[in-house]
Design a protein around this ligand. Structure first.
Ligand code: WTA
Length: 714
């Protein structure tokens, strides 16, 4: 890295004289100063070893990543660090063999057998937390692995779908699958049964592992009901599920109203009785064997099963957990994300457990029963590393701005992930949650990337609120314009952030859709499809970003048709196809609106078939369709039934124009539309109704306006 943010820290970050300076694009941004890392943190930081940084210079690529792979225990050492022969399907640590479960469990038994691997905190405060030692984790993982193998007949390479809430049985099931080389696909528990069913079908799973119920905001939710919907959806897509394994929130007590289907549905606690004390040898897997699939949204309706490798992925999350999460074995680490997202896979389960630390899992919502809950948990368990999203921070700040001060918790390190964080929210996190004692890392990355791409190195780089920071070790980003020209550092212009090089955590392919993989992530800037040289294959992240003069990256948001709601990626096509299942609906368009808590919320525009009149009933049907097909997280803030959609002459819906209408921002040039007159009609309808509902948004920041301008690529 040539940047030296420390040298800049004392001075001025921007190039104030330049006409096109960053200052002109976002005035409020220029006012952000640096925060030095707390000296107490720096003294103990894993990254304080200068050799680590120099080792990752580009001249040492790809061998630099040995430093991460050497944190693992390999059954067989690899012979080729990076194989580019089938570009851009990179293979890392070729020839190597290892087992992910062994690395996260067995290898800690020697030194840390009696230490808590997981501490599970149930949502009801009257239920005490459960600590699961490495020894107990070993036992429970082995027993469940025996069940997966002998009762379900699963073996290496098979897929198994999990639709689990935030309970320790989820990491247990993941590790049990990994022990046998079975590829797990955990679907976020908040997703609907239908969404789970599509993913079962796409992955070709015959077994679904779920739970009867779990707590959310004080209610015991019926979760098994979703399993019945899931298998029905999967069956419609031609995928038969033979077995549903149902964990019970309270073993022996069934918390769902849905009947168990004889011969198909089994209570795990009952079946497990036959496997008490069973041990299963970890299966040595090739480094490039898939460890898991993680589905995410893209520009078409079909979700993308991002396939992550065993050796490369585990190396990358272990290395980044060590240097960026600063995990030491005696830390108590709490990431409040859901394991159903990539953050939970990488930074609740695989990274922290591979390092042998204690990872906290919380079942419920952060503000239940009140906004002091996270700080009580942190105080009680002595959490010293805390990890969450801007949405959670905004929410806790809104409902309990003074709560953190009431508790005696002390974080050395705090992470934010998933969305851009506003500088004033960052400062509340730093000053009030962290009490000015903690280092903060704002980590930019994606489901596809396995681990962090841009973030400050804690204890080394100064922090700049709202900015992710320099690239992570061994990552060489570049910002390219639409013509593939580099947008230089400090130019003040935004462009598409790409990563020039492969890294071990990058996903291997989209399950079953290799062409879509190449097309979506690599084709845009590749000039020679036959090239075997990685330099010819920049990874296209799908985010807009700015590269400041000090080398820090500021992420603006998605440049594709994805809406980031509270850190969850929702594809406009998925939302729209759900709305189109409503009989009366002729056309549908989903757009983002700026939301003070969730970052963005979804608004749906629909037009109706000829002869159908608008009604509240149709609006309700659209909401239900979206909740059924995707889940409650996707519920639109408003549904607008409009007379017509603004369209181009070739008939494409101009989402950018309706997004501007919803956000009360400038619609830009509409003279080229086929039906420009409809824009004013919609504006009056929507903005009039929003004013009446008290939903007039605050003025957009310039970065938000910038993001919305590029929304909806048509
Ligand atoms: C956004 C989550 C700004 C970005 C790990 C990315 C961020 C998408 C940040 C990936 C951040 C993630 N600052 N934006 N620190 N982190 N994003 O796949 O748009 O759920 O492309 O992975 O979230 O979301 P995903």
């Amino acid at each position: 890295m040539t940047e030296n943010p420390q040298a800049q820290a004392a001075g001025n970050a921007g190039n104030t004289d330049d006409e096109s300076s960053e200052a002109l694009i976002a005035v409020h941004w220029r006012e952000e100063g640096y925060y030095p890392p707390p000296p107490k943190f720096t003294g103990q930081a894993n990254a304080s070893d200068p050799a680590i940084i120099s080792q990752f210079g580009e001249e040492n690529f790809p061998e630099c990543f040995r430093a991460y792979a050497d944190l693992l225990t390999w059954d067989k050492y690899w012979h080729t660090t990076l194989d580019t022969s089938n570009a851009p399907f990179w293979k890392w640590f070729v020839g190597g063999e290892l087992n992910a479960c062994y690395n996260c469990v067995d290898r800690h038994l020697g030194e840390h057998k009696n230490k808590a691997a997981l501490i599970w905190v149930p949502e009801p405060e009257a239920e005490s937390h459960q600590a699961i030692t490495y020894q107990e984790l070993y036992r429970r993982v082995n027993e469940f692995a025996a069940l997966l193998r002998d009762f379900c007949g699963l073996k290496a390479g098979d897929r198994v779908t999990f639709h689990m809430p935030m309970v320790p049985e989820l990491p247990i099931a993941m590790l049990a699958a990994a022990r046998l080389g079975i590829i797990h696909s955990q679907v976020f528990g908040g997703f609907s049964g239908a969404a789970c069913g599509h993913r079962i079908a796409d992955s070709g799973s015959h077994v679904l592992v779920t739970m009867d119920s779990y707590y959310r905001s004080g209610d015991l939710m019926d979760h098994k009901v979703k399993a019945d919907e899931a298998v029905e959806t999967a069956a419609k897509e031609g995928q038969q599920v033979d077995k549903i394994l149902v964990w019970r929130r309270y073993p022996g007590q069934y918390g769902s109203k849905t009947p168990m289907v004889e011969g198909r549905d089994f209570f795990v606690d009952e079946v497990l009785a036959e496997y008490r004390g069973a041990t299963v040898a970890p299966v040595s897997m090739p480094a490039e064997a898939p460890l898991f699939l993680m589905y995410t949204s893209g520009t078409t309706g079909r979700p993308k099963g991002c396939q992550h490798s065993t050796g490369g992925y585990l190396s990358y999350v272990t290395g980044t957990s060590k240097y960026y999460q600063d995990i030491h074995p005696d830390d108590t680490y709490w990431c409040m994300a859901d394991i159903g997202w990539i953050t939970g896979h990488s930074y609740i389960v695989y990274g922290p457990l591979s390092l042998g630390t204690t990872s906290v899992i919380y079942e419920g919502t952060p503000n239940y029963p009140d906004a002091g809950r996270p700080w009580r948990i942190a105080q009680q368990l002595g959490v010293n590393i805390f990890h969450t999203s801007p949405t959670a921070i905004r929410m806790l700040r809104k409902v309990g701005p003074d709560e953190p001060a009431k508790y005696d918790h002390h974080f050395k390190h705090m992470t934010t992930v998933g969305e851009p964080i506003e500088p004033e929210v960052w400062r509340w996190y730093y000053e009030t949650v962290g009490k000015g004692e903690a280092v903060i890392v704002d980590t930019w990355w994606q489901t596809e990337t396995g681990g962090f791409l841009c973030t400050t190195l804690p204890g080394v780089h100064p922090m700049k609120p709202g900015s992710a920071g320099p690239p992570a070790l061994g990552i060489y980003p570049v910002i390219l314009d639409e013509n593939g020209e580099e947008v230089p550092k400090g130019s003040g212009k935004a462009g598409n952030i790409c990563i020039r090089n492969p890294w071990p955590g990058v996903f291997e392919t989209i399950w079953g859709q290799p062409e879509r993989f190449v097309q979506t992530y690599y084709a845009k800037y590749n000039k020679d499809a036959d090239s075997k040289d990685w330099h010819d294959w920049p990874y296209f992240a799908g985010d807009g970003a700015l590269h400041a003069a000090d080398g820090y990256y500021r992420i603006l948001g998605r440049v594709d048709d994805v809406i980031n709601v509270a850190g969850h990626r929702l594809g406009t096509k998925e939302l729209e196809s759900a709305a189109l299942t409503v009989e009366e609906v002729a056309e549908a368009a989903a757009v983002p609106v700026v939301d003070d808590i969730r970052g963005r919320a979804v608004e749906m525009y629909v037009s109706l078939k000829p002869g159908v009149t608008a009604s509240k009933d149709i609006e309700a049907k659209v909401t239900t369709a979206i909740e059924t097909d995707i889940g409650k997280i996707a519920r639109p803030k408003n549904i607008w039934i409009v007379p017509d959609m603004p369209k181009t002459r070739s008939g494409k819906i101009m989402r950018r124009v309706i997004a501007a209408t919803s956000n009360f921002s400038d619609t830009g040039d509409i003279t080229t539309l086929a039906n420009p007159e409809v824009v004013e009609k919609i504006r009056q309808q929507v903005q009039g109704a929003k004013a009446a509902r008290g939903q007039v948004p605050r003025e957009l920041t310039e970065t938000e306006a910038e993001e919305l301008k590029s929304f909806g690529s048509e």
